[in-house]
Design a binder for this molecule. Structure first.
Ligand SMILES: Cc1cc2nc3c(=O)[nH]c(=O)nc-3n(C[C@H](O)[C@H](O)[C@H](O)COP(=O)(O)O)c2cc1C
Length: 183
């Protein structure tokens, strides 16, 4: 990480909604917030690193092997850690303490507020295992920005669409200013 200041860390995982996080990053940077983006390898296939690098005006991180102890470096400079969008896969890893890539290992090391914005097909979202994992994360103190109802990209309808970017942005900036999750 380039500067020694507290960042809003945006961890982007491989949901079709990850293009929406480009706008989120742009809006936060325009308001003067320092933003550090991490992309999962699936997210990187959906939206290129170069886009997030240009929008965040910062190097985008993708792998633990880019630098020594990168997950610890990120945790030392994170004011908030937001997984937007959060896939069923990353939610499951966070709920179970897996740490097999940069986003999940960083999550386990964090001391700052953590937010997830789930985004997936409604059948996936309603699956008992996904609901159990989300409930586990809430018990662990993670703030969940619930998805909305509507039609998703594959044509199915129900709850699963990532919450609107404006809502996520408002939540993140409020937490950044207050330094803690809403009561
Ligand atoms: C085009 C495309 C769209 C996808 N959209 C979603 C999604 O919205 N939500 C989800 O949980 N998984 C989605 N997936 C599946 C994930 O990318 C897959 O589970 C992957 O392993 C997630 O890895 P990650 O959590 O490390 O990013 C999608 C896959 C593809 C190819």
């Amino acid at each position: 990480m380039e500067q020694k200041q507290k960042y809003i860390v945006i961890a982007v995982t491989g949901s079709i909604a990850c293009y929406k996080s480009c706008d989120l990053v742009r809006n936060l940077v325009k308001q003067g917030y320092p933003v550090q983006v991490i992309l999962s390898s699936s997210a990187e296939k959906l939206v290129g690193k170069a886009s997030f690098q240009a929008l965040s005006q910062n190097k985008v991180l993708t792998s633990e092997w880019e630098d020594e102890m990168l997950h610890i470096d990120i945790k030392n400079h994170a004011a908030i850690f937001a997984v937007t969008p959060a896939t069923a896969n990353t939610i499951a890893k966070m709920a179970h303490g897996a740490a097999d890539e940069l986003i999940s290992s960083t999550y386990l090391a964090l001391q700052c507020p953590v937010i997830i914005a789930p985004s997936m097909n409604p059948n996936m979202y309603n699956h008992p295992s996904v609901q159990r994992n989300i409930a586990t994360l809430q018990q662990d103190g993670v703030f969940v920005i619930s998805p909305h109802e509507g039609e998703v990209v594959c044509g199915d309808s129900g709850r699963g669409k990532m919450a609107p970017i404006q809502d996520i942005e408002k939540t993140l900036t409020q937490i950044y200013e207050k330094g803690h999750l809403p009561n």
